[in-house]
Ligand binder design. Structure first.
Ligand code: SF4
Length: 196
């Protein structure tokens, strides 16, 4: 049976969801319900937009001039590790094409290592940013929304970022696409209220 990935959205190019220019793939569905979750519309499983790993790679290829616009892929959500087996296949193809792959997860690295499919996806990642959002620990540290979340460098590809991530502040982007406006990254809640 073909593995399918439930997609919530794809942004062809972003500069605030990990190192360099990256395509961001938001998957649909997360079993957690963290109070204050930034993407509540991505929590229910059951997206109408489902792609096989190969179809997802082709979709990104078309949106990025055959990947020349980006250096890597970021999986976000929703919970990427709820669809770990299929995303691991997609990540393997992206890596073969020379792209880096990073992922967010509401679970911790230690939890993920206990699962077979989660371990498969971990093997394909350069960076994992782990931990659920905890509103009382809200932070402005780069790439994270609460201070319990950790950035794990799983390969050496981005090891030069180790010293930068604890000092750099968060950034956010507003992208105009044909389907509407995408706000991504980590806007301050007051900025978010104004934008909405
Ligand atoms: S794990 Fe992430 S996507 Fe899931 S509810 Fe928590 S903040 Fe939202």
């Amino acid at each position: 049976m073909k593995k399918l990935i439930e997609i919530a959205g794809v942004l062809p190019v972003s500069e605030v969801n990990g190192p360099g220019k990256r395509s961001v793939i938001w998957v649909q569905g997360c079993p957690k319900r963290c109070p204050g979750c930034w993407n509540p519309e991505f929590l229910a499983f059951g997206s109408d937009w489902k792609l096989t790993p190969k179809e997802l790679v082709e979709y990104v290829r078309k949106g990025t001039h055959s990947f020349s616009d980006i250096e890597g892929i970021t999986f976000s959500g929703g919970e990427p590790f709820s669809q770990a087996a299929a995303l691991a296949e997609a990540a393997k193809i992206f890596r073969r094409l020379g792209l880096s792959v990073i992922s967010y997860s509401g679970w911790t690295l230690e939890d993920i290592r206990l699962t077979k499919d989660g371990s498969k996806l971990l093997k394909q990642l350069d960076i994992l940013i782990d931990g659920e959002y905890i509103r009382s620990l809200a932070t402005t540290r780069r790439w994270r929304s609460s201070s319990n979340q950790r950035v794990h460098f799983l390969t050496e590809r981005y090891s030069h970022y180790r010293s930068k991530i604890e000092t750099d502040e968060q950034e956010f982007e507003i992208t105009l696409q044909s389907g509407g406006v995408t706000i991504t990254g980590f806007p301050d809640q007051s900025v978010l209220r104004v934008l909405r």
